[in-house]
Design a protein around this ligand. Structure first.
Ligand SMILES: C[S@@+](CC[C@H](N)C(=O)[O-])C[C@H]1O[C@@H](n2cnc3c(N)ncnc32)[C@H](O)[C@@H]1O
Length: 168
């Protein structure tokens, strides 16, 4: 969900036992994803913002949000829709920047190499909303409200967190 230019989907192609679909509200992002040769067979869905997702109930084993939920003013309607389309034991999985390190810390972690500068900028732009997301504990609350399992783990040397909520 929020597949953007399709990088995660492309990585997903290296796991041949998984069948992926992508969805995004931005046609331009999906157009970028469609340029990737590895995604020629992957269904990519153009979503209407605030509309129900165009999928039947209980269709997916997992719905992933890579740097998506923490950017939304109100992620709850999208979460509810993602929950609806999960099968029993299915999972919502979210990756979110934590914004937890200052500039020296992050540069020590990722190194002063030219290819890392876009990551550095991305981190600077998202640090505030990443920290807000962590404080709000939106997914933990969502899990409690649904009687679901919840786990959180920091990754990338503390620069991001993965959270998952599992349907009982
Ligand atoms: C920061 S980008 C992340 C893209 C990609 N997941 C990645 O990690 O490279 C956030 C994406 O979420 C999409 N998005 C925003 N609101 C959305 C919504 N309600 N439903 C689905 N996608 C949404 C945006 O269009 C954008 O492509």
């Amino acid at each position: 969900m929020g597949t953007g230019a399709g990088k995660l989907l492309e990585l997903g192609q290296t796991l041949p036992h998984l069948r992926w679909q992508g969805a995004d509200t931005e046609a331009a992002m999906l157009a970028e994803a469609r340029k990737r040769p590895s995604l020629r067979q992957t269904p990519l869905h153009h979503l209407t913002p605030h509309a129900p997702l165009p999928f039947p109930d209980a269709q997916f084993d997992a719905v992933t949000f890579c740097s998506v939920l923490f950017l939304l003013p109100d992620p709850t309607p999208l979460l509810a829709e993602a929950w609806r389309i999960l099968r029993p034991n299915g999972r919502l999985i979210a990756l979110t920047p934590t914004g937890s390190k200052g500039t020296p810390g992050i540069m020590r972690t990722i190194g002063w190499h030219a290819p890392n500068w876009s990551f550095f900028l991305w981190r600077q732009m998202t640090a505030g909303s990443g920290r807000r997301w962590a404080q709000q504990e939106t997914l933990a609350t969502f899990a409690r409200q649904h009687g679901a399992l919840y786990e959180k783990k920091t990754v990338f040397h503390g620069l991001a967190a993965v959270e998952w909520v599992q349907v009982g």
